[in-house]
Design a protein around this ligand. Structure first.
Ligand code: PHE
Ligand code: NA
Length: 501
């Protein structure tokens, strides 16, 4: 066995945890989720979800990693044998799937950083994305050929991740985050400052922050807040357990969790301000209400933002380049955190070197990711993202808290462990959050999800997510979510190398 890696400094660990948490979700997901779910009023369920689930689970996962000093499967194995180990592998394979398409979005953002300089997308930004860049197939489920213009930058993304991960925890991951995260903050601040000084910015901020208190009575708003917090904090998919397993023995846990949680939320708030200021500008330029230009995800970043950039007075290319560079930086630091989950898991389970685990893990993710660089890639990406997030992350979160709180009954032990080494002490309230509040909300959320997807209640043509055909939803949605569970069972059944445990 190689000696177990460690972070060099406390700031290095925090930077890496924040680097994982702050990702594409903060920039293109949060602003829209907040806007759609009550605007200013959304901050009530959002804060509630952060304080009752986000930070408590972060504290729990930091404690698990620190106490058992292992990748997610090894930590769970040490907690309660193979009956727990599978939860760690499940998180790892959900992470594996996410890494295969997350890298693709970073590749697009890289291309758009360059395109910004001469506003290469022209006036028809949608046509440019779906036609010129993605050469999108006509129907979901069609693979079509590889699109070289996407595949090449995608290889570059993997090469960057490969180099960072190969260099190790301290000299690779920690160093990269120490460079990328401060750079991201500076670059993104410039974007936000420019955005709020545009004409019409106030219009956008009004739309975002205007509180619609009637929404608070709607359970979907609370579910949206919880769902977003899980994704945004990178909890329940093995990442934070892996990262905290590299903490030195003498480390603070609870304080670090609060810092990570608040830093991530701070960045989201900043992104909300920047994005909606830009949308306000766009709306006032074209004389339409903000509701007509507001959107999320791929559409927001790669269709609407290029349009906004087209309209901007002065140095618009630079603004565009900085915006897309933010996506690249935020994305890469998250990507390396997901890859590290399986690198750590593989190297411990089979007692192979870090180098071999990186080559094998990142190599196979890179090969599979090429599916998303084909002409049908965007459809696959969309369906996989929806299913793996809804039925992966949220379901793991639910099972993780139920098993730990009610089956293994470990909260008391973790409480003692965390309190022994931390400034801020946790107690009864923390345990109630994890054993009662979070399972109730997540349980309701899962039932609702199954109901919606099985009874086809999406309000689209055929009621499936995005109105996709049944066969496509089955292969690219359900099967992908199932893949993570099946792989988790297979890997749990394999024998541990004796030297590891
Ligand atoms: N926390 C990330 C975000 O907000 C999500 C994420 C992290 C996704 C790591 C994948 C991997 O974007
Ligand atoms: Na986030």
């Amino acid at each position: 066995m190689e000696q177990r890696s460690q972070w060099g400094t406390r700031a290095g660990f925090i930077m890496a945890a924040v680097g994982s948490a702050v990702g594409l979700g903060n920039i293109w997901r949060f602003p829209y989720v907040a806007y759609e779910n009550g605007g200013g009023a959304f901050f009530i369920p959002y804060l509630f979800a952060l304080l009752t689930a986000g930070i408590p689970i972060l504290i729990m996962e930091f404690t698990i990693g620190h106490k058992y000093r292992g990748s997610a499967p090894l930590s769970f194995f040490r907690m309660k044998g193979k009956g727990a180990e599978w939860i760690g592998w499940w998180g790892i394979f959900v992470s594996f799937v996410i890494s295969t398409y997350y890298a693709v979005i970073i590749a697009w953002a890289m291309k758009y950083t360059i395109y910004s300089f001469n506003l290469k997308w022209g006036d028809d930004t949608g046509g440019f994305l779906f036609g010129d860049v993605l050469n999108l197939a006509d129907n979901p489920g069609e693979v079509g050929g590889l699109v070289p213009g996407v595949a090449l930058p995608l290889l570059l993304v993997w090469a960057i991740a490969f180099v960072i991960l190969l260099a190790g925890v301290k000299r690779g991951i920690e160093l990269a985050n120490r460079i990328f995260i401060p750079t991201l903050i500076v670059v993104f601040l410039l974007v936000v400052i420019r955005a709020v000084t545009l004409d019409g910015a106030a219009l956008g901020l009004d739309a975002l922050f205007k509180p619609d208190l009637s929404k608070l009575a709607d359970s979907t708003v609370w579910v949206a807040a919880y769902g977003h917090i899980f994704f945004s904090l990178s909890i329940a998919f093995a990442i934070m357990i892996t990262y905290s397993s590299y903490l030195p023995k003498k480390s603070d846990i609870t304080n670090n969790a609060f810092i990570t949680g608040f830093a991530n939320s701070g960045f989201e708030l900043l992104a909300g301000i920047g994005v909606f200021a830009a949308l306000g500008f766009m709306a006032s330029q074209s004389g339409v209400p903000v509701s007509e230009v507001a959107s999320a995800g791929v559409g927001l970043a790669f269709v609407v933002f290029p349009k906004i950039i087209n309209e901007m007075p002065g140095m618009s290319g630079l603004f565009g380049a900085l915006f897309f560079l933010s996506l690249v930086l935020a994305g890469i630091t998250s990507l390396i955190s997901i890859c590290e989950t399986y690198i750590a898991g593989f190297s411990e389970k089979f007692n192979i070197s870090r180098k071999k685990a990186v080559v094998f893990g990142v190599g196979s993710a890179a090969i599979i990711s090429m599916l998303f660089a084909t002409r049908g890639g965007l459809y696959f990406l969309d369906a996989a993202d929806y299913f793996i997030n809804q039925f992966g992350v949220a379901a793991i979160g639910l099972i993780e808290v139920i098993m730990i709180a009610w089956v293994f009954r470990k909260l008391g032990v973790f409480e003692t462990h965390a309190n022994e080494i931390s400034d801020i002490r946790v107690g009864m309230l923390w345990k109630i959050c994890l054993s009662v509040i979070t399972p109730l909300v997540l349980g309701y959320m899962m039932i609702d999800l199954f109901r919606k997807n099985i009874l086809k209640l999406h309000g689209t043509d055929n009621g499936n997510y995005e109105g996709y055909p049944d066969a496509f939803i089955f292969q690219s949605g359900w099967l992908v979510a199932l893949f993570a569970i099946v792989m988790a069972i297979i890997f749990t059944m394999m024998k541990w190398n004796k030297k590891t445990t």
